[in-house]
Ligand binder design. Structure first.
Ligand SMILES: [Zn+2]
Length: 773
C-alpha cells in the first residue's frame, strides 16, 4: 500500500486542473521565459517563482510542492487506467469518483502491453482501438500515442534515433560499447598479483567466523610477469588523415574503418543542428520534465518500502558497499594534511638529500627550504596554501597554481612529479601511503588519472618504469591516462613542430608494445592496469569558432593556435580505435575514452564526447542543452560528477545539477576530482558523499545507488565486479542485480529499468511507424 495515499485522499481532485503539470502550454511558456540564459541554472526544475526564500529553502519547498502536484496529477490519471506495475507502486486510486483531466492526449507513456510484448506495433490508424482493447477498456483516456501522430513528432523521434545510431557506430568501431568484449573481462584473464580472497566466505552456521587464517598477500614481482613475444601478422602506419592504422599482413586490409576527420565534423554538425533546433529542444525538455516528475511520484510512494527492504538486507550498509572514485587526479589524490606531514617528515629525516637541479646547481632539501626562508616548524596548511575555495572561482589559471605548495613550483617539482631529479621517489612514497589508506578502508577504490603529455617519445617508458620499479600496484587502484590539451604551449617552446608530433609520442609506443610486448616490457605490464584515456585542461579557454571544414589534418596543424576540444577528442578516438582492435585480437585489454567534458566552456564539447567517448567527467553543462541531456539519459552515458570541485571552480553547490540528473535517472556517480585542493578529511570520497547527502537530503538507498553506479561506470575487471555487484552484474537491470551486494532494493532498480525501457520503446514505436508507411 502506498504510505501516503491516506494523506491525500481527502483533497478534492479537481483543484489542480489549473496547474496541471502536464499542460503543455504551461511548460512551453515557462520554457520560453527561462530558457537557458547563462545566469539561471535551475531552469529545468523551475515550476513557479518564489521571491521570499533563499535558494536552498526555495528549492526544497518547490521540490515538495512538485511532489504533491505530481502525485495528484498521476493519481487521478490512474483512476481511469491501470498503471500499477509489478514490484512498485506508481499510483493508487483513492476515490471512486473520477474526474478525468482535460489535457491533450500525448506521449506520457506507452500502455502496459508494450512492456511485455515488444512486437506490438499498432498502425497509427488503429492504435487507439488496439490500445483500449488490449488490457483494459478505459485505458484510452490517457497515456497513448496520439491517434494520428504528427509528422513532426515522428521526425523528432527519428532525430533521436539518428543520434543514438551514430554514437553506437563510433563506439562499436572502437569496442567501447560492450564491456564484455574487452579481453580483461573474459573468463581466464589473470590479474597479477591476485586480488585478496573474500574473507566472509567461511562463516559457519552460527554466523561466526572461525579464527581467520590470513594468507599473506602476494607482493608484485616484475620477474614473475609473463611478457609475450613479437606478433608477426600485423603492421601499423599513419594513413592520409594522420591516424595510425593497423593492417593485416596476409590480406593487406585495415583492421577497422575509422571515420575520417571530415565525416566526424559532418556528424558532429548534424547533431549540433538538432540540438539547437527550437521544437527539438522543447520536446527533449518535456521528456526530461516528465522523467523528473515520474521520479518524484515514485519516490513519494516508495520511500518507506525501499527503506524496509534495505533494513531487511543483512550485513550490507552504505559503508560496506563498494564505491569507486571515478574521477581523481593522481598528483592531487592525497589530502593537504597528508602532504604537509610528508614534507615535514622528509625535512626532518633527510634534509641533506639532493632533490632538485635548479639554476645550475644541485640543491638539497634543506637548501631548498632555506631559499624559501622556511623551517619545518613554520609549515602549516595555511603556508601550504593549496586549498581552492574562495579565490579560484572562474579562475582556472589560479587553480592551476594551487598545485604548487606555498606557491612554489620547486616544491611541486620535488614532491608531486614522477619525472624529476629523484625519479619521482617522494611521489611514489606518498602514493603508497594513499594506497595503504585505501586498502585499510577496503571498500573505497580510486581510478587515478596520471599525465602523458606527448612532448617526448620516452614519456610512456619513464612512467611505466616509475610504476613498476616502485611497485605501485594496489587492488584498490586502476589508472587512466590524462592527456593535457597543451599543443600551443609545446609549440611555443619548440617541443613539437605540429600536432601530429604529440600524437606520435602518445600512440607510437602503444602500437609498438602491443605488437611486441618485449620491446617495452614494463609498459606492457603497466598497461594491464590502465583503463583508458582522459583529455584534460581548462575547458573555458576560448576556442576558434567551428569552421570545421577548413581544419587541416594533424600533420598540417602547425600554427600557433591550440586545436579545439573536438579536434583533440577526434584524434584520441581515431588513434585508439585501431589500437583497441589490435589488442582485442591479441588478447590484451582494450581502452575506453573518458574525458573531462562539460565542466565549462562551449556546451558543444558534450556533443563531441557523445560521439566518441565511453563516459565523461563533470557534464554540468548538460543542464543547458536538453536534447543532448536526453540523449545522455537514453544511452545511460556515465557522468562522474564532483559538486565540491565545481563549487570551488565553476558552479556553486546549490546550483549544481547533480541531484536533478540523479532524479531523472541519468547515470551519475560521485567523485572527488582533487582531494588536495577540495577535501578536509582523510576519506575524501566519503566526504563528497556526505556533503551531497546533507545538502540534497539523499536517503541511504540513494547513496547506495550512487555507489552502485560508480562501480558499473568503473573499469575494473569483470571478475572483480562480479565479486562486488553480483555474479550476473553484466546483464544490467533487475536480471543482473543482487541486493546482498549492492544494498539497493530491487524496486529501485526495476523502476530505473522500466522507465528507461519505456522511453526507448517510444523511440522504437515512432520510428517504426514511418517504416511501415
Ligand atoms: Zn578533474
Amino acid at each position: 500500500m502506498a504510505p501516503f495515499s491516506m494523506e491525500f485522499s481527502g483533497k478534492p481532485n479537481g483543484h489542480f486542473e489549473d496547474h496541471d503539470l502536464y499542460s503543455h502550454d504551461d511548460a512551453d511558456d515557462e520554457f520560453e521565459h527561462h530558457h537557458f540564459n547563462n545566469d539561471s541554472d535551475d531552469d529545468l526544475s523551475k515550476s513557479y517563482n518564489s521571491t521570499h526564500f533563499s535558494t536552498t529553502e526555495d528549492r526544497f519547498i518547490k521540490d515538495h510542492d512538485l511532489k504533491v502536484k505530481t502525485f495528484e496529477a498521476l493519481h487521478s490519471n490512474h483512476q481511469n487506467g491501470n498503471s500499477v506495475q509489478e514490484g512498485f507502486h506508481v499510483g493508487q486510486p483513492s476515490s471512486p469518483v473520477a474526474t478525468p483531466i482535460k489535457r491533450r492526449q500525448s506521449i506520457i507513456d506507452l500502455p502496459q502491453t508494450h512492456h511485455s510484448t515488444s512486437h506490438y506495433r499498432p498502425l497509427p490508424s488503429i492504435a487507439p482501438q488496439n490500445n483500449s482493447s488490449a488490457q483494459n477498456p478505459s485505458a484510452n483516456v490517457h497515456a497513448m500515442p496520439e491517434e494520428y501522430p504528427s509528422e513532426e513528432l515522428i521526425e523528432l523521434y527519428e532525430n533521436v534515433k539518428f543520434c543514438l545510431d551514430l554514437r553506437h557506430k563510433y563506439l562499436g568501431a572502437s569496442l567501447q560499447i560492450d564491456e564484455m568484449v574487452n579481453p580483461k573481462n573474459k573468463e581466464g584473464w589473470i590479474i597479477y598479483p591476485p586480488p585478496p580472497k573474500p574473507t566472509y566466505k567461511s562463516k559457519n552456521k552460527f554466523n561466526q567466523l572461525p579464527d581467520a587464517v590470513y594468507e599473506a598477500e602476494e607482493e608484485f614481482d616484475f620477474e614473475k610477469c609473463k611478457i609475450p613475444g613479437p606478433q608477426e601478422g600485423y603492421e601499423f602506419r599513419l594513413n592520409a588523415e594522420d591516424v595510425y592504422q593497423v593492417f593485416d599482413k596476409t590480406t593487406g586490409k585495415p583492421l577497422v574503418e575509422v571515420p575520417n576527420l571530415h565525416d566526424y565534423y559532418a556528424d558532429l554538425n548534424s547533431i549540433i543542428k538538432f540540438s539547437s533546433d527550437g521544437p527539438t529542444k522543447s520536446f527533449a525538455f518535456k521528456r526530461l520534465q516528465y522523467l523528473e516528475a515520474k521520479w518524484n511520484m515514485y519516490s513519494l510512494l516508495n520511500d518507506f518500502e525501499e527503506n524496509k527492504k534495505s533494513k531487511r538486507n543483512p550485513h550490507r550498509d552504505f559503508y560496506n558497499v563498494r564505491k569507486v572514485d571515478t574521477h581523481i587526479h593522481h598528483s592531487a589524490c592525497m589530502n593537504q594534511k597528508h602532504l604537509l606531514r610528508f614534507i615535514k617528515y622528509k625535512l626532518k629525516t633527510s634534509p641533506d638529500e639532493q632533490v632538485i637541479f635548479r639554476d645550475g646547481k644541485i640543491l638539497t632539501l634543506d637548501e631548498v627550504f632555506k631559499s624559501l626562508k622556511l623551517t619545518a616548524y613554520d609549515l602549516s596548511i595555511d603556508t601550504l596554501d593549496m586549498h581552492a575555495h574562495t579565490d579560484s572561482f572562474h579562475r582556472f589559471d589560479k587553480f592551476n597554481l594551487k598545485y604548487n605548495p606555498i606557491g612554489e613550483s620547486r616544491l611541486r617539482e620535488i614532491f608531486l612529479k614522477t619525472d624529476n631529479y629523484i625519479n619521482g621517489r617522494y611521489l611514489a612514497e606518498l602514493t603508497k601511503q594513499v594506497f595503504d589508506d585505501l586498502e585499510g578502508s577496503k571498500y573505497q577504490m580510486t581510478e587515478l588519472r596520471i599525465s602523458i603529455y606527448g612532448r617526448n617519445i620516452d614519456e610512456w617508458d619513464k612512467l611505466a618504469a616509475w610504476i613498476v620499479d616502485n611497485k605501485l600496484f594496489s587492488h584498490n587502484t586502476r589508472w587512466l591516462i590524462q592527456v593535457p590539451r597543451l599543443y600551443d604551449l609545446y609549440k611555443k617552446n619548440g617541443n613539437v613542430k605540429n600536432f601530429n608530433d604529440i600524437l606520435k609520442n602518445l600512440f607510437q609506443p602503444l602500437y609498438e608494445v602491443t605488437l611486441n610486448p618485449q620491446s617495452h616490457p614494463k609498459l606492457h605490464v603497466f598497461l594491464q592496469r590502465v583503463i583508458g584515456f582522459d583529455s584534460v585542461d581548462d575547458e573555458s579557454k576560448p576556442e576558434r569558432p567551428l569552421q570545421s571544414k577548413r581544419y587541416p589534418v594533424a600533420g598540417q596543424w602547425d600554427i600557433a593556435t591550440n586545436p579545439p576540444y573536438s579536434y583533440y577528442l577526434y584524434y584520441l578516438y581515431a588513434n585508439m580505435t585501431p589500437l583497441n582492435r589490435l589488442r582485442e585480437r591479441l588478447n590484451f585489454n582494450t581502452f575506453v575514452l573518458r574525458p573531462h567534458c562539460g565542466e565549462a566552456g562551449d556546451p558543444e564539447h558534450l556533443i563531441s564526447a557523445f560521439l566518441t567517448s565511453h563516459s565523461i567527467s563533470h557534464g554540468i553543462l548538460l543542464r543547458k542543452i536538453p536534447f543532448i541531456q536526453y540523449l545522455y539519459y537514453l544511452d545511460q552515458i556515465g557522468l562522474a560528477m564532483s559538486p565540491l570541485s565545481n563549487n570551488a571552480l565553476f558552479l556553486t553547490y546549490d546550483k549544481n545539477p547533480f541531484h536533478n540528473f540523479f532524479k531523472k535517472g541519468l547515470n551519475v556517480s560521485l567523485s572527488t576530482d582533487d582531494p588536495l585542493q577540495f577535501s578536509y578529511t582523510k576519506e575524501p570520497l566519503i566526504e563528497e558523499y556526505s556533503v551531497a547527502a546533507q545538502i540534497y537530503k539523499l536517503s541511504g538507498v540513494d547513496m547506495c545507488e550512487l555507489a552502485y553506479n560508480s562501480v558499473r561506470q568503473s573499469g575494473w575487471e569483470a571478475s572483480i565486479k562480479k565479486h562486488w555487484l553480483g555474479k550476473k552484474y553484466y546483464l544490467g537491470g533487475i536480471a543482473g542485480h543482487d541486493i546482498e551486494k549492492t544494498n539497493v532494493p530491487d524496486i529501485r532498480v526495476s523502476y530505473r529499468e522500466d522507465t528507461l525501457k519505456s522511453e526507448l520503446q517510444l523511440v522504437d514505436f515512432y520510428t517504426n511507424l514511418k517504416i511501415k508507411e
